[in-house]
Design a protein around this ligand. Structure first.
Ligand code: KIV
Length: 261
């Protein structure tokens, strides 16, 4: 068993044991700070499309973007399980999924995450057969934002609940090491957490309804002030502090220039 598989096994063992902490990172200093703080999982999420690359959503993120940022994160992290998101258009078929997952691993990922349930099960099985651990992602799927016409809560109707349950079951049978639940109604997320044998890691599912919690780092530290999801808790104001420091610097340059013109 390689070290990535060992870390994925340890993740499975955390279920019903203690809370699992997960954060996104996209660069070396952030990854190093998170790892030194003891976070369990670092996700190089395709949210980098918005919070780092300035795209409106995740649908323009490419495998090359992901590889570039994964390599930086891998240089900064020693202990956390590094998960790389397979970006949209990188996992249409089984062979393409395996090839893309291997590209992310070569760049520094120890596990990959991809969005969707039943329709992804065979691809997930094939990636796991290549000894690459996989994390599933159910609920609101950001890569489908254009088809769905926005970011919508999931689990509101009986049909949606059954769809989530069937998707989760398919992911478990495929062999995932955990499942991210995004924007799933709290009571539905709790039922999934209580019934699934693998850890659920929630975002936008309310507090305490999943085995762990994942957050986008810029939401936690307040470094992307132009959009903050309603469920996010900002614990620092990095954008405000950056603006203050830059204004101070600009003023000092002008002060020091006085009389030299
Ligand atoms: O890309 C990302 O940051 C994610 C999290 C929101 C789970 O997938």
């Amino acid at each position: 068993m390689n070290s990535a598989q060992q870390k994925a096994k340890q993740l499975l063992q955390l279920k019903n044991n203690r809370g699992i902490s997960a954060l996104t990172a996209y660069d070396y200093p952030t990854a190093r700070l998170l790892d030194e703080a003891g976070v369990d999982l670092i996700l190089v999420g395709d949210s980098l499309g918005m919070v780092v690359l300035g795209f409106p959503d995740t649908t323009q993120v490419t495998l090359e973007h992901m590889k570039h940022h994964l390599a930086a994160v891998a240089r900064g992290s020693q202990n956390a399980l590094i998960i790389g998101d397979l970006p949209i258009n990188s996992y249409h078929s089984i062979p393409q999924s395996i090839w893309s997952a291997k590209q992310l691993v070569d760049a520094g990922a120890e596990a990959v995450k991809l969005e969707g349930g039943i329709r992804q099960a065979e691809k997930i099985k094939a990636i796991i057969e290549e000894d690459i651990p996989v994390i599933g992602h159910l609920g609101m799927l950001p890569q489908r934002v254009l088809e769905e016409g926005g970011y919508k809560k999931k689990g509101k109707s009986q049909h949606e609940i059954e769809h989530l349950q069937e998707g989760a079951q398919a992911l478990v049978e495929a062999g995932v090491s955990g499942i991210v639940l995004e924007s799933v109604l709290p009571e539905v997320a709790l039922t999934l957490t209580q019934t699934l044998p693998v850890p659920t890691i929630g975002i936008g599912c309310g507090k305490g309804n999943c085995d762990g919690e994942i957050a986008v780092i810029s939401d936690v530290i307040g470094s992307y002030p132009w959009f903050v999801p309603p469920f996010a808790t900002q614990r620092a104001q990095v954008a405000t502090e950056t603006s203050r420091a830059v204004s101070e610097y600009l003023a000092e340059v002008q002060r020091d220039f006085q009389g030299k013109g």
